[in-house]
Ligand binder design. Structure first.
Ligand SMILES: NC(=O)c1ccc[n+]([C@@H]2O[C@H](COP(=O)([O-])OP(=O)(O)OC[C@H]3O[C@@H](n4cnc5c(N)ncnc54)[C@H](O)[C@@H]3O)[C@@H](O)[C@H]2O)c1
Length: 326
């Protein structure tokens, strides 16, 4: 059996190589992200199992694989893999939906606190005060305490529900909107479910955790921003296109909302003339919500488990096209 990695974000894959060698499984890893189809195929066409991060696995490439039985995406999203084509060619396609959910939830919470306590903006005040030899808090006030405020969670799935659970003891009223959550799941969560408009109108912090699709694209737009309080903040750690950037820039600039904290962008990294760069009240992080040593090792172990399962004739843990299992 041969396992091939098309591209990877780890420093090296020595651990995987060692583990697979112990199991007698052949292993090769490449960095083929910007290579041509022919160059990709030259390396992967005889693989039994392919692990992919960002390399596009198109119908054309998949049709030329000689004996591939399983493709594993390193991560949650899989828009670079043609799943229908995988099914057409009888290839199981697995992904890692639990990857980094704790970390993105922690990142969203970090951004909520950074907005509430004005952490990023405080540094400027400190520098100016030190230079002047006296405190001058101009621009930092008003500062409101989190206790007693309302947090609005849009999309209460893996990450959104963790934000709710982790923030449960901070004295926040937690409201959520999620039209696709079962009654049973709603009852398990310590979240008060409301309609979308009510959430935007009541929340002091709106944090977005929906998947990107045609329904959620530009979910944050001039109308939804118009419902928000002038003291409220928007936090987006989901996907960039969820936000209409120009509408958000306009809302922050005009004082329609107090500010925003953004981890994800429609085009990444965002171009230097992106409207957010000029905005004082917008905290920006470089799509880093996923990152932690723990998440990095969890996904490596989980992918290795999927490979071992396949080697033993068992299905991978999370198969997207499970219909091919019959
Ligand atoms: N910043 C990062 O590094 C990072 C890392 C991983 C994931 N993400 C993103 O985080 C987001 C959430 O991921 P997840 O694992 O929690 O997803 P999930 O599928 O577990 O949860 C999404 C929830 O959103 C709900 N939903 C769908 N459409 C909705 C709508 N129109 N309005 C309200 N709710 C809606 C779904 O019912 C579901 O409960 C995704 O966009 C994902 O791409 C970001």
């Amino acid at each position: 059996m041969k396992v091939v990695v098309t591209d990877y974000i780890e420093d090296d894959l020595d651990w995987e190589a060692e583990e697979l060698e112990k199991a007698g499984i052949e292993f090769e890893a490449f960095q083929l992200k910007f290579k041509t189809e022919a160059e990709v195929l030259e390396k992967i066409s005889d693989a039994d199992i392919i692990v992919v991060n960002m390399v596009p696995l198109t119908d054309s490439i998949l049709s030329k694989l000689e004996r591939c039985q399983l493709i594993i995406r390193h991560g949650i999203g899989y828009d670079n893999v043609d799943v229908e084509a995988c099914t057409k060619y009888g290839i199981q396609f697995a992904y890692q939906p639990d990857y980094c959910k704790e970390d993105v939830a922690e990142h969203a919470i970090a951004l909520i606190f950074a907005c509430a306590r004005k952490v990023v903006w405080s540094r400027r005040v400190l520098d100016a005060s030190s230079a002047a030899g006296q405190w001058d808090f101009a621009g930092l006030f008003p500062m409101y305490r989190l206790d007693g405020k309302t947090l609005g969670i849009v999309g209460v799935g893996r990450i959104g529900s963790r934000v709710a659970r982790k923030l449960g003891s901070f004295g926040l009223r937690i409201i959520g909107t999620d039209p696709y959550l079962s009654e049973r799941r709603r009852a398990e969560l310590n979240v008060e479910f409301v309609e979308r408009e009510e959430l935007f109108r009541k929340a002091d912090f709106v944090t977005v955790h929906t998947p990107l699709n045609e329904e959620t694209r530009h979910l944050i737009n001039s109308e939804t921003l118009g419902w928000m309080k002038p003291t409220a903040y928007l936090i987006n750690t989901s996907r960039g296109p969820m936000v209409d950037d120009n509408a958000l820039a306009q809302a922050v600039q005009s004082g329609a909302i107090a500010g925003a904290a953004i981890d994800v962008y429609a085009h990444e990294p965002p171009p230097v003339d992106h409207p957010f760069f000029g905005l004082e009240n917008v905290i920006l992080t470089p799509h880093i919500g996923w990152a932690s040593e723990e998440a990095g090792w969890e996904i490596r172990r989980s992918i290795l488990d999927d490979i071992m399962a396949a080697a033993e004739g068992r299905p991978a843990r999370c198969i997207v096209n499970s219909e091919i299992l019959g």
